[in-house]
Design a protein around this ligand. Structure first.
Ligand code: GAR
Length: 216
C-alpha cells in the first residue's frame, strides 16, 4: 500500500475527489493524513467523516516560512508518505521543503501552465482574452507554479463568463485530472524526463471538457 498525505487550505474539493477515487477505484494506496494550514479549513470535516487523520499546522503561529515548513515537514514525515498531494494549499513553500519532497509532491493549479501562475488565475485568463483556459497537475519544483506537467485539462471561455463561472468549469476538470494523475503516480507509471513527464503505458495526459461549441 502506498501512503498519501494531502495538504489543504480551504474547501478541499480536490482532496475529496482524490479520496473518493482512491476508495471507488480501489487504488493500492491509503490517504494517511490530511493537513491544513488553517484550523477553519472546511475540507477537514470531510476527512474526519471519512476516518482520515487530520492535522492543523497553523502558519500564523510561526515567525518565518522556514519554521512553518519545518513543522509541516515533521507532521508529513510522521506518515512516511510515498506522495504528498497539494490540493488548494495556498502557501508559498521554501526551497528546502520542496527539495525534501522532490519527485513525490504534486500540485493542481487552475490554469494551463505556464500561463497564469499565481493567484486570481481565472480573472487573469479573462483579462488576457484567451478563449481556452484550464488546469494543470504538475510536480512541484522551487519555482512557484512551475514544474514537470503530468496532466492538463482544457475548457472553453464562453461569452458572458465571469471569474466565478470560469472557475466552476475549470474545477470540474480538476476533479477529473487530479485523481487520475495521483493514480498514475501510485501505479508507478510516471517518470520525469527534464521538463516532461512520461506516462507508461501511455494514455492521454490531456482532457478537453465535453462542452459543445460549433461541433467538430
Ligand atoms: C483549486 O481551484 C485549485 O486549483 C486552486 O485552489 C482551488 C482549491 O479548491 N489552487 C491554487 O490556486 C494553487 N496555486 P479546493 O480546496 O476545493 O480543492
Amino acid at each position: 500500500m502506498k501512503k498519501i498525505v494531502i495538504l489543504i487550505s480551504g474547501r478541499g474539493s480536490n482532496m475529496e475527489a482524490v479520496v473518493r477515487a482512491c476508495a471507488r477505484e480501489g487504488w493500492p494506496a491509503r490517504v494517511q493524513a490530511v493537513i491544513a494550514n488553517r484550523p477553519d479549513a472546511a475540507g477537514l470535516g470531510f476527512a474526519q467523516a471519512n476516518g482520515i487523520e487530520t492535522i492543523v499546522v497553523d502558519h500564523r503561529q510561526f515567525e518565518s516560512r522556514a519554521s512553518f515548513d519545518t513543522a509541516l515537514a515533521r507532521e508529513i514525515d510522521r506518515s512516511a508518505p510515498d506522495l504528498v498531494v497539494l490540493a488548494g494549499f495556498m502557501r508559498v513553500l521554501t526551497d528546502a521543503f520542496v527539495e525534501r519532497y522532490a519527485g513525490r509532491m504534486l500540485n493542481v493549479h487552475p490554469s494551463l501552465l505556464p500561463c497564469f501562475a499565481g493567484l486570481r488565475t481565472h480573472q487573469q485568463a479573462l483579462d488576457a482574452g484567451v478563449r481556452v483556459h484550464g488546469a494543470s497537475v504538475h510536480f512541484v519544483t522551487p519555482t512557484l507554479d512551475h514544474g514537470p506537467i503530468v496532466a492538463q485539462g482544457a475548457v472553453p471561455v464562453l461569452a458572458g463568463d465571469d471569474a466565478a463561472a470560469l472557475a466552476a468549469r475549470v474545477l470540474a476538470v480538476e476533479h477529473v485530472i487530479y485523481p487520475r494523475a495521483v493514480r498514475w503516480f501510485i501505479e508507478g507509471r510516471l517518470s520525469i524526463e527534464g521538463e516532461r513527464v512520461a506516462l507508461t503505458p501511455s494514455e492521454p495526459q490531456w482532457l478537453f471538457a465535453d462542452i459543445a461549441g460549433e461541433g467538430v
